[in-house]
Design a protein around this ligand. Structure first.
Ligand SMILES: *Cc1c(COP(=O)(O)O)cnc(C)c1O
Length: 390
C-alpha cells in the first residue's frame, strides 16, 4: 500500500494542528523580523540574552580562526579537540561534578544517557510531561517504561514498588511547556530509599535558576549523591548549541563507552565550544541578568493576573497562558501578531489534548517597557470577541 501523505496533511490541518515554520530574518533577540514583519518576540529560549552577545560572537570568531570550522570526526577518532575538553572541564566545575561530557544537542544527550544506563530487564520511570527526547529515550531503551503523574512523587513511588532491575527515574528540572519546577527533594527521597538513580534534564533551569545560574540542583542545594545524572543543554540560556551530562567519573566513562549518540556522531565545531566557554563565564558572573529577568517575571505575572489571564504555577521565564482549545490559541496568537507581538500557540501533541496554550517566554534582553507592550496587546486581544476575525 502506498503512503497517502496528502490525506494525512489534510487531517492535520482540519484538526488545527498544522505546523508552520516562521522564517526568522534577524538575529535572535526581543526585536526580530519574521516573514518580513518586524515583531516583538516572546517565544525564544534565549533566557539570558546571550545568543547574540558581542563577546560570545567574538569568542566564536576567534575560535574559528584558531581551530577551523568543522569538528572533522567523532570524539573517539580525532574529533575531540582542546576547546571541547576545556568546556567539559568548565562544565564539571560549574555543576560541582567530577566530570562532564559534551554532546551535540540535548536530544542526543538524553537518548545517550538513558539508553546507556537502562536496557532490557531494567526500569525507566518518567514524569508524564517530560520532554519528548526523554520519553523517546525511555521507549528506545528497551527497559520497562512507565510514566507517573505529573510532578507526583507518590505516583512515582508506587511505580517504584513494582520496578525490576536497575531503575532510572527521569524528570525535567523545569517543565518546558508549563514552566513549573520538579519537586526534586521529594523525588530524591523516594528514589534513594529504593536505590534508584535520579536523572534530571535541566535544559530550562541552567542560567535562570540558582544563585549562580546552576539551575534546579543549585536552587534546591542537591548533590551528585541526590542527582547522579544531570543533563543541561546549551541552546537555551547559554545561547549557543550542544548539551552535556555531568556526573561521576564512572558515569562519564560509561557514556564514552556505551552511549551510541555520543560515539557515532561528529563532534560539534570546536569554535562553538569556544563560544560556549564565553557564555558560561557571562552566565555565571553577570547576576544582573537573572535579577532583571526575575523582575520581568514578577511584572508579567502581576499584569496578566489583572487582565484575568489563566497563568500556570511557574516562577521561571516560561509563563504559559492556558487557553484549552487549539483553534482559540491559534486565533489569539494571530491577533497578537497583528499587533506586532509574537507569542507561539503550543498545541497537542506537544501538550495534552485540550490544553493548548500561549507559551510566553521572557528574557533578560527584554525591557520593562516591552513587557508592558505585551500586556497591552494581551489585554486588547483577550477582550476581542471571536467575531473580529470572522
Ligand atoms: C530543548 C530541550 C531538549 C533538547 O535540547 P536540544 O539541544 O535543543 O536538542 C531536551 N530537554 C528539554 C527539557 C528541552 O527543553
Amino acid at each position: 500500500m502506498s503512503f497517502d501523505l496528502t490525506a494525512r496533511l489534510a487531517a492535520r490541518r482540519a484538526d488545527n494542528l498544522y505546523r508552520q515554520r516562521p522564517l526568522l530574518e534577524s538575529p535572535q533577540g526581543p526585536q526580530v523580523v519574521v516573514d518580513g514583519q518586524p515583531l516583538l518576540a516572546f517565544c525564544s529560549n534565549d533566557y539570558l540574552g546571550l545568543a547574540n552577545h558581542p563577546q560570545v560572537i567574538e569568542a566564536w570568531q576567534a575560535g574559528a580562526s584558531r581551530w577551523g570550522v568543522g569538528g572533522g570526526a567523532s570524539h573517539l577518532v580525532i574529533g575531540h579537540s582542546r576547546p571541547h575538553h576545556a568546556l567539559e572541564e568548565a562544565l564539571a566545575e560549574f555543576t560541582a561534578r567530577p566530570r562532564a561530557l559534551l554532546f551535540s544537542n540535548g536530544y542526543m544527550a538524553n537518548m545517550g544517557a538513558v539508553t546507556a544506563l537502562a536496557g532490557q530487564g531494567d526500569t525507566v520511570l518518567e514524569d508524564r510531561l517530560n520532554h519528548a527526547s526523554l520519553l523517546d529515550a525511555g521507549l528506545l531503551s528497551g527497559a520497562r517504561f512507565s510514566r507517573y503523574l505529573h510532578n507526583d512523587a507518590a505516583s512515582m513511588a508506587s511505580r517504584l514498588e513494582k520496578a525490576v532491575g536497575h531503575t532510572l527515574v527521569v524528570t525535567d528540572g523545569v517543565f518546558s511547556m508549563d514552566g513549573d519546577v520538579a519537586n526534586l527533594p521529594a523525588l530524591v527521597h523516594e528514589a534513594r530509599a529504593k536505590g534508584a538513580w535520579l536523572m534530571v534534564d535541566d535544559a530550562h533551569g541552567f542560567g535562570p535558576l540558582g544563585a549562580t545560574g546552576g539551575g534546579i540542583v543549585e536552587h534546591f542545594g542537591l548533590s551528585q549523591h541526590d542527582v547522579p545524572v544531570l543533563v543541561g543543554t546549551l541552546g537555551k540560556a547559554f545561547g549557543t548549541s550542544g548539551a552535556f551530562v555531568a556526573g561521576s567519573e564512572a558515569l562519564i566513562e560509561s557514556l564514552i563507552q556505551f552511549a551510541r549518540p555520543y560515539i557515532y556522531t561528529t563532534s560539534q565545531p570546536p569554535a562553538l565550544a569556544c563560544a560556549t566557554l564565553k557564555s558560561l563565564e557571562l552566565l555565571r558572573s553577570e547576576h544582573w541578568r537573572r535579577e532583571h529577568l526575575n523582575a520581568l517575571i514578577r511584572q508579567f505575572r502581576a499584569g496578566a493576573q489583572q487582565i484575568g489571564l489563566q497563568l500556570m504555577d511557574s516562577f521561571t521565564p516560561i509563563q504559559p497562558i492556558m487557553i484549552g482549545d487549539s483553534a482559540e490559541a491559534v486565533r489569539l496568537s494571530q491577533q497578537l501578531r497583528e499587533r506586532g507581538v509574537l507569542v507561539t500557540a503550543i498545541r497537542p501533541p506537544t501538550v495534552p489534548v485540550g490544553s493548548a496554550r500561549l507559551r510566553v517566554t521572557l528574557s533578560a534582553a527584554h525591557t520593562e517597557a516591552q513587557v508592558q507592550l505585551l500586556l497591552n496587546a494581551l489585554n486588547d486581544c483577550w477582550r476581542k470577541p471571536e467575531s473580529e476575525h470572522a
